[in-house]
Design a protein around this ligand. Structure first.
Ligand code: G3D
Length: 198
C-alpha cells in the first residue's frame, strides 16, 4: 500500500525536465543571460555584472518554470571551446544562441558559427532561439538588421521552430518573452525530444 501511495505521489509531483544550451561567441552575454534567468525565475540576485568572468567550461542553472524544470547549460564561446558544444547536442532539447548586437564586425563570424551548429545532424529538429542581446545600448543592431545577415543561411534551419528576439540580458528586457517562447517550443517538440522525468 505504501509503495502504491508513494508511487502515486511521485507521479503527481514529478516534473518534466529539459536541457537547453546557451551558446554564442564569447562576450555575447551568455553568462549574463543565465544569471538574469536565475534572478527572474528563482528570485535570487544573480552575480554582480562586474563579477561575471568569461565562461571556461560550463555554467549551469536549473529553474522551475510552471510545471517544467529547465536546466540551462551556458557553454564557453571562445573558438577553442566551441568544439565542446557538439558533445551536448544530442542531449539538448533546445538551443539559445546569443548574439552581441553591438558588434557588427563579428556578425559574419557569428553567422558561420551558427551555420556550423544548425547543420550538425545531432541538433536536427531542435528548436532554436536566437537572442539579439544588448538592446539597451542605443547603437545595437535591431532584430531586422541581424536577420538580414542570417537570411542567407535561414533555409538550413529546415522545418524546426526558430525565432529571433530582442533582449537585454543585463536589464532583463525581453527575457521573459524569450523564455515563454522557449517553454512552448520545448513542449511542442516533445515527440521528437521527450523530456526526462524526475
Ligand atoms: P559571455 O558569457 O557570452 O562571454 P558575458 O558574455 O555574459 O560575460 O558578457 C560579456 C560582456 O557583455 C560583459 O561586460 C557583460 O556585462 C556585457 N553584457 C552582457 N549582456 C549585456 C546586455 O544585455 N547589455 C549590456 N549593455 N551589456 C551586456 P564586461 O564589461 O564585464 O565585459
Amino acid at each position: 500500500m505504501y509503495n502504491l501511495l508513494s508511487g502515486f505521489y511521485q507521479h503527481l509531483t514529478r516534473k518534466e525536465e529539459y536541457y537547453v544550451l546557451i551558446i554564442g561567441l564569447d562576450n555575447a552575454g551568455k553568462t549574463t543571460l543565465l544569471e538574469r534567468i536565475k534572478s527572474i525565475y528563482m528570485g535570487i540576485t544573480g552575480l554582480d555584472p562586474d563579477k561575471i568572468a568569461p565562461t571556461v567550461g560550463l555554467n549551469i542553472g536549473r529553474v522551475n518554470i510552471k510545471s517544467t524544470r529547465i536546466n540551462f547549460w551556458d557553454l564557453g564561446g571562445q573558438k577553442d571551446l566551441q568544439s565542446i558544444w557538439e558533445r551536448y547536442y544530442s542531449e539538448c532539447h533546445a538551443i539559445v544562441f546569443v548574439v552581441d548586437s553591438t558588434d557588427p564586425v563579428r556578425l559574419d563570424e557569428c553567422r558561420d558559427t551558427f551555420e556550423k551548429m544548425i547543420t550538425n545532424d545531432a541538433v536536427e529538429g531542435v528548436p532554436i532561439l536566437m537572442l539579439a542581446n544588448k538592446q539597451d545600448i542605443p547603437r545595437a543592431l535591431k532584430v531586422e538588421e541581424i536577420k538580414e545577415v542570417f537570411n542567407k543561411i535561414a533555409i538550413k534551419l529546415g522545418a524546426r521552430d526558430s525565432r529571433v528576439l530582442p533582449v537585454s540580458a543585463l536589464e532583463g528586457n525581453g527575457v521573459e518573452d524569450a523564455i515563454d517562447w522557449l517553454v512552448l517550443r520545448l513542449q511542442r517538440n516533445k515527440i521528437n525530444r521527450p523530456p526526462v522525468f524526475r
